[in-house]
Write a protein that binds this ligand. Structure first.
Ligand code: ADP
Ligand code: MG
Ligand code: MG
Length: 884
C-alpha cells in the first residue's frame, strides 16, 4: 500500500530504517514485529500523508487513504480475531502519533478507541469484568474529549474540566484513588464526561467507531502544528516539513487485574549509565498513568517478585533490542494477564554522564568500535559532566528528598508556574520550577528554569524525561512536598514539622541524589571520571585539531590544563588592567597628555604585567601562550558616573573636571569601530612597546628558572598590512632588546575584519600566525553590533529569519567564507602559516567542525569548553574519514 504500512503477526511492511516515512515509533514497532517480538498488530499512516494534509488542509486526505486504512484495519481484525465496532467481540485500538524525531509528550495518544455503549457491554461480558470495561471507556471518552474535541481548561491557572468531574465523582463515591472507583462510579463519570462534551462543543460524543477513528487520525495530524509542538521543534531545530506519522494499533490491557501491568524501562540507567534494567511499572493500570505521574510507580526490580515470568521475558527482550540497535533502549511495555507486549522502543535519552558511560561500556562489551563511540557523543551534552556539583562538606539543611531524575546541581528562586519561570528568567533571575507534576504545557517554563522539582511522578515522568533531554537538574516525586500553585506556596511536611516556601525563596537541588536544600549550597568543580578519561584518550587519538584555551588568569589556565588544553590561544591583557592595584596607573596613563607622561605611568604597569605573564608561562610550561596586546578603547578604563569620577580624581590628585573632560574627549559614537585594537599603538606606540617588554622579561625570567616558554605575541584588529608591518617592527625591537635571541617567540595577528580576510596574503608577509577573532569578524561582517543586537536578534532567530544566533554558532556561509578566503590568502604567502580561532565560537561544536574542515591548526575556547572542543574536533575528523 501507498500511504499505510502494516506490522504485526510476525512480519512488517516497514523497518527501523524507514523512520522518515513511518516516524520513529512506527519504524521501530515494525522492526520489533519483524524480529518476532510480541507487538500488538497495527499499521502506520505515513508522514507523507501529514505533508499532504499540511498542503491541502485539515481533513483533505489522499483519495485512496480511506480504502487503505480499511484494508489494514481488516488485517488487524483477522490477526486479533476481533471486529472494529462489533457488538460481541469488538476490536479496540490506540491511535498514536510519532514523528521521525522524538518529541516526547508533544503529541497526544488516544487509547481504547472503538468503545461506545454497545461495545463497552461486549467488553464487559467478554472479560467478565464490567469495572474494567467502564474504566477503559471513561479513559477513552476523557482522552478523546480532550485531544480531539478540545475540552480543556482555558488557562494554566484553571483545572482541566475532566479532572474536576473525576474529583467530584471520587468525592461522591468516597474513592481516594482512581482505582477505587466502582463500576457505578465509572458509568457516572462517562455520562458526566459526555454531558461536558455536549455542553462545550454543542454536539454529542461520537458513537460511530469509524467517526472516532478518523477524528483521532485528524487530531494527530492537526497537533503537528499546535503551539507546543511548534515550540519544541524550534528549540531542537526540527523542520516542520518532517511531519508526523499516525500509528493505529490493537489494544492490549494492563488494567485487567493484578496479573496485568504497564511500564517503561531503560536497558541501562539513563541518569548514570549503569548497566541494569532500569525503570518502573504500575500494576493494573493503563500506559498513560505511568508517564503522567498520576500514581507513583514501583521500580522494575519489584516486577521480578510479582510477575517473575513476564519480568524474565522483559529482560530477554531488553537485551535482544539493545544488542540489535547497539544502543541503550527506552522501552514501553504492557503485561496483559502475565503476557508481555512491547509497545515502543527507541534509543534512550540520557544525561551527559550516562552518555559517556554507555558509550565506553558498549566498546568494552565489543558492541561498538572506539570510533563509533566517539561519533555517538553529543559534544554539547558534555557540558553537564563538567559542571560544578554540591560541595559534600558544606551542605545547607536538607528539607526533603525525591528521586534523582536528572543530575547536576541547581540553585535558584522558587516559582510555581511555567509563566512565572519565563517571566523571572527574562529578568535575569535563576529560577527553580516547583510543580506537583509537569505536562507539555510547562516546557517553556522548564527551559527557562535552572532546575525542576516535582512532588509526584517517577524517574520516567514527563518532568524527568524532558529535564534529562534538556540536561537540566531535576528532582521528582518529592513526596513530602505539597504544592499549591494558584496560591504560590508550597509546604514541606514530615518529621512533625512544616516548612512553608513562597515564590522567590532560594532552594538548591541535587539532581544526583534527589536531595532538596533550603538556601544556596556551595559548589565544587567537577572531576573528570574514569570513563570520561578513557573516552578522551580515544578522542585525542582521532583528532588532528589542537585545542587551546582562552585564559587571562592562572586559575583559568590551570582549570583548562586539567581539561586538556594544549596552550593558551588568547590571553586578553586588558583584563589584568582592571585589577584594583593597577587600574589607577592605567588611568594615569590615559590622562597623560605627553608621551613622557604615558611612559611614567606605563613604567608602573610594567612590573605587574611581567608578574602576570610569568605566572601564566609557569602554569602553561611547555605549551604555547598567545598574548594579545591591548585591544579595548581607552574610555572603557575611565569612570563614567560622577561619584566614581570624584573618587578617581581624589586618588589621582587631579580635579574631577580633568577626568570628565577626558571622558568627553574619548567618547565615540561607535566605539566598536573606533580608536581601539592596534589603532591604539599606531597613535601611542609606547603602550605596545612596554607590553612587549613585559612579555619578554617574563619569558626570560621563567626560562632562566628552567621553564619552557613559547610566547606568541598577537596584534589585534589589523585592517591594512602596513599597521602590522610597523607594529611588528616595534614589538620585535622591544623583545629582542630583552631576549637577545635566548627565547624563540612569534608575532602574529588577529584576523577580525572583513578587509583583513581579503588582503590576508599581504598581511601574512608580516605574520607568523593568524588567529581569527570571530566575535568581531561576525560583528563586522554582519554589520551587527553585538552590544545592541540583543534587542532584535532574538526576533530574527525565533522568526526563522536567521537559523541560529551567529554569535553563538559560526555563520559558515558568510563569515565562514571570509575565513576560508583568509586562510587561503595567508597560506598562499606562507604555506606553513599557523591558523587558529579565538572567541566564543572556538568551543561551539558546529563551529569547531568548520575549523577542522577549513584546515585550522587549533581552536581556542573557554576552559570548561575544552573537552567539548576536543570531542567536536575528533568527530569532525571521523566524519570526514567516513564520508571520503
Ligand atoms: P508517547 O509518544 O507520549 O509515549 P505513546 O503512543 O507511546 O505516547 O502512548 C503512551 C502509552 O500508551 C504507551 O506507553 C502505552 O503504555 C500506551 N499504549 C499505546 N498504545 C497502546 C496499545 N495498543 N495497547 C496498550 N497500551 C498502549
Ligand atoms: Mg511512548
Ligand atoms: Mg576582537
Amino acid at each position: 500500500m501507498n500511504h499505510v504500512k502494516q506490522f504485526g503477526g510476525g512480519s512488517s511492511e516497514g523497518r527501523a530504517k524507514d523512520k522518515a516515512l513511518l516516524g520513529g515509533k512506527g519504524a521501530n514497532l515494525a522492526e520489533m514485529a519483524a524480529l518476532g517480538l510480541p507487538v500488538p498488530p497495527g499499521f502506520t499512516i505515513t508522514t507523507e500523508v501529514c505533508r499532504h494534509v499540511m498542503a491541502h488542509g485539515v481533513g483533505n486526505y489522499p483519495a485512496d487513504l480511506a480504502a487503505e486504512v480499511d484494508t489494514a484495519l481488516a488485517a488487524v481484525e483477522t490477526l486479533t480475531k476481533t471486529t472494529f465496532g462489533d457488538a460481541e467481540n469488538p476490536l479496540l485500538v490506540s491511535v498514536r502519533s510519532g514523528a521521525p524525531a522524538s518529541m516526547p509528550g508533544m503529541m497526544d495518544t488516544i487509547l481504547n478507541l472503538g468503545l461506545n455503549d454497545t461495545t463497552v457491554a461486549a467488553l464487559a461480558k467478554q472479560t467478565g469484568n464490567p469495572r474494567f470495561a467502564w474504566d477503559c471507556y471513561r479513559r477513552f471518552v476523557g482522552m478523546y474529549g480532550e485531544v480531539v474535541l478540545g475540552v480543556v481548561a482555558a488557562s494554566e491557572a484553571e483545572h482541566e474540566p475532566f479532572d474536576v468531574i473525576l474529583d467530584d465523582v471520587k468525592k461522591k463515591y468516597r474513592a481516594n484513588r482512581d482505582q477505587d472507583l466502582t463500576e457505578e462510579a465509572l458509568r457516572d463519570t462517562v455520562a458526566l464526561f459526555k454531558a461536558k462534551v455536549k455542553e462545550v462543543t454543542g454536539t454529542a460524543f461520537p458513537d460511530d467507531v469509524k467517526t472516532q477513528l478518523w477524528g483521532a487520525i485528524g487530531a494527530v495530524f492537526h497537533s503537528w502544528n499546535n503551539a507546543r509542538a511548534d515550540y519544541y521543534r524550534k528549540m531542537h531545530g526540527i523542520p516542520a516539513s518532517m511531519g508526523t506519522a499516525v500509528n493505529v494499533q490493537a489494544m492490549v490491557f494492563g488494567n485487567l487485574g493484578d496479573d496485568c501491568a504497564t511500564g517503561v524501562a531503560f536497558t541501562r540507567n539513563p541518569a548514570t549509565g549503569t548497566p541494569e534494567l532500569y525503570g518502573e511499572f504500575l500494576t493494573n493500570a493503563q500506559g498513560e498513568d505511568v508517564v503522567a505521574g498520576i500514581r507513583t510507580p514501583e521500580p522494575i526490580a519489584e516486577l521480578a517478585k510479582t510477575q517473575p515470568a513476564a519480568h524474565a521475558e522483559l529482560v530477554r527482550v531488553a537485551k535482544l533490542l539493545e544488542d540489535h540497535f547497539r544502543d541503550m533502549q527506552d522501552l514501553e511495555f504492557t503485561i496483559q494477564r502475565s503476557q508481555l507486549f512491547m509497545l515502543q522502543t527507541r534509543n534512550g535519552k540520557r544525561t551527559g554522564k550516562a552518555m559517556v558511560r554507555v558509550a565506553v561500556d558498549l566498546v568494552a562489551e565489543g558492541k561498538l568500535t572506539q570510533k563509533e563511540a566517539v561519533l555517538r557523543i553529543d559534544p554539547a551534552k558534555l557540558d553537564e559532566v563538567l559542571h560544578p556539583t554540591i560541595d559534600p562538606k558544606a551542605r545547607p539543611p536538607s528539607i526533603g528528598k525525591g528521586l534523582p531524575a536528572s543530575p547536576g546541581a541547581a540553585i535558584g528562586k522558587v516559582v510555581f508556574t511555567a509563566g512565572a519561570a519565563e517571566e523571572w528568567a527574562g529578568r535575569g533571575e535563576r529560577v527553580i520550577l516547583v510543580r506537583t507534576d509537569t505536562s507539555p504545557e510547562d516546557i517553556h517554563g522548564m527551559k527557562a528554569a535552572v532546575g525542576i522539582l516535582t512532588s509526584r511522578g517517577g524517574m520516567t515522568s514527563h518532568a524527568a524525561v524532558v529535564a534529562r533531554g534538556m540536561g537540566k537538574c531535576c528532582v521528582t516525586s518529592c513526596t513530602s512536598l505539597r504544592v499549591d500553585a494558584p496560591k504560590k506556596v508550597a509546604m514541606f511536611v514530615g518529621g512533625g514539622k512544616e516548612l512553608r516556601l513562597k515564590e522567590g525563596d532560594v532552594l538548591t537541588l541535587d539532581g544526583s541524589t534527589g536531595e532538596v536544600y533550603l538556601g544556596p549550597a556551595p559548589l565544587v568543580p567537577a572531576q573528570l571520571g574514569n570513563e570520561l578519561g578513557t573516552l578522551m584518550q580515544w578522542v585525542d587519538s582521532f583528532r588532528t585539531l589542537k585545542v587551546r584555551t582562552n585564559a587571562d588568569t592562572p586559575t583559568d589556565a590551570r582549570t583548562a590544563r586539567s581539561f586538556g588544553a594544549e596552550g593558551i590561544g588568547l590571553c586578553r591583557t586588558e583584563h589584568m588592567f582592571f585589577e584594583p592595584d593597577r587600574i589607577l596607573a592605567v588611568r594615569e596613563m590615559i590622562l597623560a597628555e605627553t608621551e613622557a607622561g604615558r611612559r611614567t605611568a606605563l613604567a608602573k604597569i610594567l612590573p605587574m604585567q611581567r608578574g602576570d605573564f610569568a605566572e601564566l608561562f609557569r602554569v602553561m610550561d611547555g605549551l604555547p601562550v598567545t598574548i594579545r596586546l591591548l585591544d579595548p578603547p581607552l574610555h572603557e578604563f575611565l569612570p563614567h558616573a560622577q561619584k566614581d569620577i570624584d573618587e578617581v580624581a581624589a586618588d589621582l590628585g587631579v580635579q574631577p573636571s580633568v577626568i570628565a573632560a577626558k571622558v568627553a574627549e574619548l567618547t565615540e559614537a561607535n566605539p566598536m569601530l573606533g580608536h581601539r585594537g592596534c589603532r591604539l599603538a599606531i597613535t601611542y606606540p609606547e603602550i605596545y612597546e612596554i607590553q612587549a617588554q613585559a612579555i619578554a622579561e617574563a619569558a626570560l625570567e621563567v626560562t632562566n628558572a628552567g621553564g619552557k616558554v613559547l610566547p606568541e605575541i598577537m596584534i589585534p584588529l589589523v585592517m591594512v598590512p602596513e599597521e602590522l608591518k610597523r607594529l611588528r617592527a616595534l614589538v620585535q625591537t622591544a623583545v629582542d632588546k630583552v631576549l637577545g635571541g635566548k627565547v624563540p617567540y612569534t608575532i602574529g595577528t588577529m584576523i577580525e575584519l572583513p578587509r583583513a580576510c581579503v588582503v590576508a596574503d599581504k598581511i601574512a608577509e608580516h605574520a607568523d600566525f593568524f588567529s581569527f577573532g570571530t566575535n568581531d569578524l561576525t560583528q563586522t561582517t554582519f554589520g551587527l553590533s553585538r552590544d545592541d543586537a540583543g534587542r532584535f536578534l532574538p526576533a530574527y532567530v525565533d522568526g526563522g529569519v536567521l537559523p541560529v544566533d551567529p554569535f553563538v554558532a559560526l555563520d559558515q556561509d558568510g563569515v565562514g567564507a571570509l575565513i576560508e578566503l583568509g586562510v587561503r590568502g595567508g597560506r598562499a604567502t606562507k604555506p606553513d602559516l599557523k591558523v587558529g580561532i579565538c572567541g566564543e565560537h572556538g568551543g561551539e561544536p558546529s563551529s569547531v567542525e568548520f575549523c577542522h574542515r577549513a584546515g585550522f591548526n587549533y581552536v581556542s575556547c573557554s576552559p570548561f569548553r575544552v573537552p567539548i572542543a576536543r570531542v567536536a574536533a575528533a568527530r569532525a575528523a571521523l566524519s570526514i574519514e567516513k564520508s571520503s
